[in-house]
Design a protein around this ligand. Structure first.
Ligand code: GDP
Ligand code: MG
Length: 195
């Protein structure tokens, strides 16, 4: 069976829950320097091998983070609903990704607002406020609410990223079908081949 390999990079401030989401369970806080793991998944009858890059939140380790970004195709920026600074930092990570890849568009990316359980769920007006804030600041972004206590999160995040990849590739194919398109030779992804 043909498997497609994709590299996914998790970014975000320290202690927002990146490593717990990747592990699909709540662990004690252990600062991450750099960590890689693998996850195989079937989405819409296609098989994917995801190489997951977990990164440090500490800005002092920026050189490692930049190196991970360059190797990845898909991006997850995690913030915590209980930490305003982590929501403000999303912009910083978006720019880091755009600069690392040398392009502003066609980057499959998900914002994950984590630690929903601490605020007691969607009914809490604080949660609604934070979501409003994220949607206003990061228009057109794909946002997923999560709690590391829910072990379905990682699957939902990866599914959302693949949906975006499919859409980007569909748009690209349409452009390529235009004989005169100047985008004919554009290489959108390093590792991504068209299906
Ligand atoms: N209540 C709650 N705690 C979480 C959640 N996700 C992570 N944590 C806790 O937050 C701390 C930081 O988590 P970690 O995954 O190491 O953060 P990272 O620095 O972003 O990788 C740890 O103490 C976790 O137990 C969550 O969804 N809910
Ligand atoms: Mg970590």
């Amino acid at each position: 069976m043909n498997h497609r390999e994709l590299n996914v990079c998790f970014l975000g401030n320290s202690e927002v829950g990146k490593s717990c989401i990747i592990d699909s369970k709540i662990n004690e806080y252990l600062p991450t320097i750099e960590n890689r793991s693998k996850k195989m998944m079937q989405i819409n009858n296609k098989f994917f091998d995801f190489n997951i890059f977990d990164t440090a939140g500490a800005k002092e380790l920026n050189y490692l983070i930049k190196n991970s970004i360059k190797q990845c195709d898909l991006f997850v920026i995690v913030c915590s609903l209980t930490d305003d600074k982590s929501i403000d930092s999303i912009q910083y990570y978006i720019e880091l990704i755009q600069n690392g890849l040398n392009r502003k568009h066609d980057i499959p990316m998900v914002i994950v607002a984590n630690k929903l359980d601490i605020l007691g769920g969607l009914e809490n007006p604080m949660v609604k406020n934070q979501i409003k804030k994220i949607n206003k600041k990061y228009k057109n972004s794909h946002c997923i609410l999560s709690s590391s206590k829910n072990n379905e999160n990682l699957n939902n995040i990866l599914k959302s990223l693949i949906k975006q990849v499919n859409q980007i590739e569909k748009n690209r194919k349409q452009l390529l079908n235009h004989q005169s398109s100047p985008l004919r030779n554009l290489k959108i992804f390093k590792n991504i081949r068209l299906f």
